[in-house]
Unconditional design. Structure first.
Length: 152
């Protein structure tokens, strides 16, 4: 991913996370998701997924899917990124999340991932759902999961 080396150089001149959050393009976040896809462990389905989330504090966390022979223990890329973010920051607020795969079709989060995102995102959070060609659709989270369950 030649584009990511440029991202690293640019990140070094950002004075703070707020500036990074305001300067991060959708395409750059998708590149982070594509890079995460390379680490996916999908020996059974061969369906690799990568995700990159940008928090409102300006931090970027990536994740990939990890398949286990007992499918119930498998973890999706989006949840991996969320778990990494929470383990670093505690309570997070997701600004946007990019999802990438090797598939020609656009990739969307599963139902469990949508519910996990509801815990850490507002309805106006953007999902960048891409395909292997780098094309993407921007979807508002509230449209992806209307009336999300958020409290007891």
């Amino acid at each position: 991913m030649g584009g990511l080396s440029g991202l690293r150089l640019t990140a070094e001149v950002w004075s703070d996370n707020e500036q990074r959050r305001n300067c991060m393009s959708d395409q750059q976040l998708i590149e982070y998701a594509k890079k995460a896809l390379e680490k996916a462990y999908a020996p059974y389905s061969k369906f690799r997924v990568g995700a990159a989330l940008l928090t409102k504090t300006g931090n970027i966390y990536t994740g990939c899917n990890v398949e286990i022979a007992s499918y119930g223990a498998t973890n999706c890329a989006e949840r991996t990124a969320v778990w990494k973010a929470v383990s670093e920051e505690g309570k997070i607020d997701i600004e946007k999340i990019a999802i990438a795969s090797d598939d020609e079709a656009y990739i969307y989060p599963c139902g469990i991932c949508r519910q996990v995102m509801a815990e850490f995102a507002q309805d106006d959070m953007e999902l960048l759902c891409s395909n292997k060609n780098g094309d993407y659709r921007t979807i508002r989270f509230g449209d992806m999961l209307p009336n999300a369950f958020r409290s007891f």
